[in-house]
Design a protein around this ligand. Sequence first.
Ligand SMILES: [Zn+2]
Length: 258
Amino acid sequence: MIYINKVGEPVPNVLSTNGVTETQALCANYDADNTYFNNRSSKHLFKSSIYAHDDVKDVLVRIQNHKCCFCESRVTHISDGDVEHFRPKAEWLRENVDGTKNKVKPGYYFLAYDWNNLMLSCLMCNQRIKGNNFPLLNEAHRAIVTHHYDITRELSVFINPTMEDPETHITFYENSPIGISLRGKKTIEYLNLDRFSLNEARKEKFKDLFMYKKFLDVVTNPEERDEIIEMIKKRINEIIDKNGEYVAMVKANFSDFL
Ligand SMILES: [Zn+2]
């Protein structure tokens, strides 16, 4: 996870126009009937045509450099990324002492079109992992989620990469994330940031950079030459991986390595 700088980015027009109108309507509906959200579906209540409008997504893609706000994996095609609500709009999950979870409505409906609550996320992080989880450090402060409640009293467990620097909470040992604060540890755990696929992807980058670093070392310290040659040969074999992907390409270009 890495800091996302939203400072100075104007709120996309669709949020400050249609988004504001929709938010006012949602709040008015809640004030008229505090059970309004209980039996209505998320699709019926919230318009993805506003919060996930191309104008919103385009800005998020640009300022996040096409990467997921949580795992930093590249969201390669615009349709592969979700506009994620940091605070879940429709409902949130209450954690019970026995480890089970209950869905609680309403969610943070008043932030459904709030620019500060929107980020670009990969499908895995948003839909399969984070979902409607939004744990607080001070659960007693959640009270009842309504637009009359001051959310600045809440201390979220999840690190918000647009509001704080995740690097003060999460570091890495080689390719594996390590929490250096309670929230860092919990964020890794909840978002499964040390999942196999992510660790494997980071490992590739780590190995190559490690090798290049060693390679540079040999320029100043030739005594390490043999060790580094062995390391490079080993890495070449790993990259080739005779049963791995794209072997035909390797054979056509690097047959002397085979
Ligand atoms: Zn992700």
